[in-house]
Design a protein around this ligand. Structure first.
Ligand code: PMP
Length: 446
C-alpha cells in the first residue's frame, strides 16, 4: 500500500496504523492493542485520550489559535510561563516557547552566547557537552550531542562540542567506587575549561539523567553538585536539558532537583505537552535575563509558531493535570516498583546486563555475559530485535544507544505514561516477559 506521510517504521515490515489511544494503550485499525511502555518517544506522559486536554484545546481554538509572538502575547502563553515558574519552584522565571526539544536546546545555546555578548564578552561562544548525550537534531543541537550514530552523516557540518565523559558507572574502566568515578567525570569539565580557556566558553550543557544516548544513566551523588561548582568557579552558564526528564518523568518535576542543583537555563519539550501538541521551552533565571533585558531587550531568535496560543493552552492543561494528580510522586513509586521487578529478572534472563533509572525513566542494557559485561554480537541487533518482538507482543519500548562508544551496546528505555497503575505495571512486565522469552529462544538458535 502506498503511504505518503514519509513516516517509516523503525523496522521493515511492521507498519501498524493507529486508530485511537486510551490511557496507556494504543489501538491499531485491526483492533490490536499496544501497551505504550515508552510513551511514544518518552512524551505521552499523561497517557492517551485524556478528555480534559481535548476540552482545553477546543476552548482555546474557539477563542484564538494563533498570534505572532512579536506582535501579541496571549493569556495562554502568560499562564503557561507562570505555571512553569511555579512548578519549578526556584529561580527559573522566564520562558521562551518553541516547537521541539531541538529548538529548545538550540535556543539555549544562542541565549547563552547572547548573555555574554550583552556583557561585552563576545568571544565566549563555545559550549562544552558530554559524550553519550542527545540534545537534538538541528545542527547546533546536534553539535552539542555526543551521539555518534546521529552525528556521523553530518559530521563535517558540526562543531565538535562533546568533550567530557558521561558518568556511566556500569562500564567504568577503573576500579573505583561510584562516588569517586562521578567526581572523576565531573572534574573532566575543569580540565576541559583549562584547556580551552574559560574566556572562550559560554556554557556547559547536560541531561540530568542521560536518555536516548545511554538508556537512563543516573549519575552518582555528588556529580551534579561538583559540575555546578566548576561552572560557578569558572564563570560559565549551566544548562540542564530536561527535554526528556522534565515535568515528573523521573519522580520530581525537574530531574536536576534530585541533586538540589539550580541550572541557569533549562530546556523542556516532550512531556511538557504530553504529545498533545508540539511545544517546547527554554527557561531562564533572572541572572540570565538581566543583562539581556538591560541590553538588546529581546531574545535573538524565535519561530513563526513560537508561543502559539493553542499549544500553550494544551501544555498548560497538561501541566495542571500532572500537578493535580501528583504524577511526579506517582512516577517515583511505580518506577521504583518496576525497577525492582526488572532487576529481579536478571536471574531469569542472562542477557539483561543492567537495569537502571529513576522514576519512570528506566534503562535496560543487554549483554552477552553478565559478569564480563561483554556486549551481544552486532549481528544480533538486539535493540531492534527486542523492539520488533515488542510490536508482535503488544508492547512498545524505546531504543537507546549504549556501550562506552555509544555504538557497541544495546539497550532500551521503558518509560510508560506517568499515569500507569501498579496493576498495569504487572501487565507491562508480563508482556515484556513474553518478549524476553522470545528473545532468549532466538539467542539459543544462534
Ligand atoms: N534533548 C533531549 C534530552 C532529548 O531526549 C530530545 C529528543 N529525544 C531532544 C533534546 C530533541 O527533542 P525533539 O526530538 O523534540 O527535537
Amino acid at each position: 500500500m502506498k503511504r505518503s506521510s514519509l513516516i517509516k517504521p523503525v523496522l521493515g515490515g511492521v507498519y501498524p496504523m493507529i486508530s485511537h489511544g486510551k490511557g496507556i494503550f494504543l489501538y491499531d485499525q485491526t483492533g490490536k492493542d499496544y501497551l505504550d511502555a515508552s510513551s511514544g518517544a518518552v512524551t505521552a506522559n499523561i497517557g492517551h485520550g485524556v478528555q480534559k486536554i481535548n476540552e482545553a484545546m477546543l476552548k482555546q481554538a474557539s477563542e484564538v489559535s494563533y498570534v505572532y509572538r512579536s506582535q501579541f502575547t496571549s493569556e495562554a502563553a502568560e499562564q503557561l510561563a507562570d505555571k512553569i515558574a511555579s512548578l519549578t519552584k526556584g529561580d527559573l522565571q522566564y520562558s521562551f516557547f518553541v516547537n521541539s526539544g531541538s529548538e529548545a536546546t538550540e535556543t539555549a545555546l544562542k541565549i547563552a552566547i547572547q548573555y555574554w555578548q550583552e556583557q561585552n564578552k563576545p568571544q565566549k561562544q563555545k559550549i562544552i557537552s558530554r559524550w553519550m548525550s542527545y540534545h537534538g537534531i538541528t545542527l547546533g543541537a546536534l553539535s552539542m550531542s555526543g551521539h555518534p550514530i546521529r552525528r556521523e552523516r553530518f559530521s563535517t557540518l558540526l562543531e565538535s562540542y562533546p568533550t567530557i565523559s558521561p558518568p556511566y558507572y556500569y562500564r567504568c574502566p577503573y576500579n573505583v567506587d561510584d562516588y569517586t568515578y562521578g567526581q572523576m567525570c565531573a572534574n573532566e569539565l575543569e580540565t576541559a575549561i583549562r584547556r580551552i580557556g574559560a574566556d572562550q566558553i559560554a556554557a556547559f550543557i547536560a541531561e540530568p539523567i542521560i536518555g536516548a544516548a545511554g538508556a537512563a544513566i543516573v549519575p552518582p551523588d555528588g556529580y551534579w553538585e561538583r559540575l555546578k561548582q566548576i561552572c560557578v568557579e569558572h564563570d560559565i552558564l549551566f544548562i540542564a536539558d530536561e527535554v526528556m526528564t522534565g515535568f515528573g518523568r523521573t519522580g520530581k518535576i525537574l530531574a536536576s532537583k534530585h541533586w538540589g542543583v539550580e541550572p541557569d537555563i533549562v530546556t523542556f519539550g516532550k512531556g511538557m505537552s504530553g504529545g498533545y501538541t508540539p511545544i517546547a521551552a527554554t527557561v531562564m533565571t533572572d541572572k540570565v535575563m538581566e543583562p539581556i533585558m538591560k541590553g538588546s531587550k529581546l531574545i535573538i531568535g524565535g519561530h513563526t509558531l513560537s508561543a502559539n496560543p493553542l499549544s500553550c493552552a494544551v501544555s498548560l492543561a497538561v501541566l495542571n493535570y500532572i500537578e493535580k494528580h501528583n504524577l511526579a510522586d506517582r512516577a517515583a513509586e511505580t518506577g521504583a516498583y518496576l525497577i525492582k521487578q526488572l532487576q529481579a529478572r536478571q536471574e531469569r534472563f542472562s542477557f539483561i546486563g543492567d537495569v537502571r533509572g529513576k522514576g519512570l525513566l528506566i534503562g535496560i542494557e543487554f549483554v552477552q555475559n553478565q559478569q564480563t559485561k561483554e556486549p551481544l554480537p552486532k549481528r544480533i541487533d538486539a535493540t531492534n530485535e527486542i523492539i520488533k518482538l515488542g510490536m508482535q507482543h503488544g508492547i512498545i519500548v524505546y531504543p537507546a544507544a549504549a556501550g562506552l562508544d555509544g555504538v557497541t551496546g544495546a539497550a532500551i528505555i521503558i518509560a510508560p505514561p506517568l499515569t500507569i497503575s501498579l496493576g498495569e505495571c504487572d501487565e507491562l512486565l508480563s508482556r515484556l516477559d513474553q518478549v524476553f522469552y522470545a528473545f532468549r529462544a532466538k539467542l539459543a538458535r544462534e
